[in-house]
Ligand binder design. Structure first.
Ligand code: 3PG
Length: 396
């Protein structure tokens, strides 16, 4: 069980908040403010309660101090999201930083420079963590999407100060807990994406936890191939056929029903307006590529989901970036959104492509919870212990 910021009396206290402000940006301008907006709740709450907020994050993957990776570009959008000016501090440790932090008044927020300008951050260096801890009285971790990193601002520092989960961290852990740790059964997982090689641990963990494992995207082709089906010129990891068969075997032993496509959309190439054809999985023509699950597959998926109370979704069902290969993903996403809206399904989704696919289907705000995390969400689906969560005292 973890503590939340409600357990802290923060008035007049210096509170170090680790957020994930690793936002998409181009030419020095933030192009998607979702992570800023999702981080705002904790910062507003702490500032209103009179805390002196010291906000830290990484941005990109610099190996040393590099102006191209400065967090300064966030001062403006953050000030807007918080409705108050955010002070900029152009370092994250050292004397000047200590002086800047010491001059903060109750309710003020300061943003410090990119943590990854110091190698001690990624090395989880205790000395670097002590420097960060020296800035503050309390520590709040609001960066679930960085929880898979045992970095100093996430792991080591949590052991040096009284620590709590911020609002976003709390929401993520509660939603994920409901979806997979203590779910209302039956539970389904939709796993899509192009390759099974990147999701082997995830598939292995899920078959032991869910009642239905719905497989889509390019990775379904490897399973179809493993079952002796023709896959034409489709993306397919032929060398992993044995692995796919082992996953199917493990699923059978665990009484997890694996749902594979029953029909598919094929084309000569992945291009907008390509000539398409819907074929049964026994009839994929040589030279053609499977680019989406077919309409009968989408119906089957919806039928199986109709008997479920909980859904975890990672990965699209087809090459959703290019219409019309987004049809199956859109149909299932819209049904899931509607069912969730009726209060008949708890739906949790995460992972970069999944969020874009749901956004494209126009339903990203209509699921029970959409995680801001990419890698951390995947590692959580793999059943791994996330160092950032463990450092706070474990999951919900
Ligand atoms: C993310 O964008 O998934 C997190 O900010 C983690 O970033 P990283 O993969 O560079 O550690």
């Amino acid at each position: 069980m973890f503590r939340t910021i409600d357990s802290f009396n923060v008035r007049g206290k210096r509170v170090l908040v680790r957020a994930d402000l690793n936002v998409p940006a181009a030419d020095g301008v933030v192009t998607d403010t979702t992570r800023i907006e999702r981080s705002a709740a904790t910062l507003i709450d702490l500032a209103r309660r009179g805390a002196r907020v010291i906000l830290v994050s990484h941005f990109g993957r610099p190996k040393a101090a590099d102006p191209a990776f400065s967090l300064k570009l966030l001062v403006e959008p953050l000030s807007q999201a918080l409705g108050q000016p955010v002070r900029w501090v152009d370092d994250c440790i050292g004397r000047a930083t200590q002086r800047a932090v010491a001059s903060l008044r109750d309710g003020e927020v300061a943003l410090l420079e990119n943590l990854r300008f110091y190698p001690g951050e990624e090395a989880n260096d205790p000395a670097f963590a002590r420097e960060l801890a020296a800035l503050a009285d309390l520590y709040v971790d609001d960066a679930f999407s960085c929880s898979h990193r045992a970095h100093a601002s996430i792991e080591a520092v949590a052991h040096l100060l009284p620590s709590a989960a911020g609002r976003l961290m709390q929401a993520e852990l509660e939603a994920l807990g409901k979806a997979l740790e203590k779910p209302e059964k039956p539970v389904a997982a939709i796993v899509g994406g192009s390759k099974i090689s990147t999701k082997l641990d995830l598939l292995g963990n899920l078959v032991a936890k869910v009642d239905y494992l719905i497989i889509g995207g390019g990775m379904a082709n490897t399973f179809l191939f493993a079952e002796g089906k023709p896959v034409g010129a489709s993306l397919c990891e032929r060398d992993l056929a044995d692995t796919a068969r082992a996953i199917l075997e493990k699923a059978r032993a665990a009484q997890c029903h694996v749902v594979l496509p029953v029909d598919v959309v094929v084309a000569d190439k992945l291009a907008p307006g390509a000539e398409t054809e819907v074929v049964g999985i026994d009839a994929v023509p040589e030279g053609k590529m499977i680019l989406d699950a077919g309409p009968a597959s989408a119906e089957t998926i919806i039928d199986r989901l109709g008997g479920c109370n909980t859904l975890v979704w990672n990965g699209p069902l087809g090459a959703f970036e290019v219409a019309p290969f987004d049809a199956a993903t859109n149909a299932v996403a819209r049904w899931v959104a509607e069912r969730t809206g009726q209060g008949r399904l708890l739906s949790v989704a995460g992972g970069g492509d999944t969020v874009s696919a749901l956004d494209k289907a126009g339903v990203v705000d209509q699921l029970s919870y959409v995680s801001t995390a990419g890698g951390a969400f995947l590692e959580w689906l793999e059943g791994k212990t996330l160092p950032g969560v463990a450092a706070l005292g474990g999951a919900a």
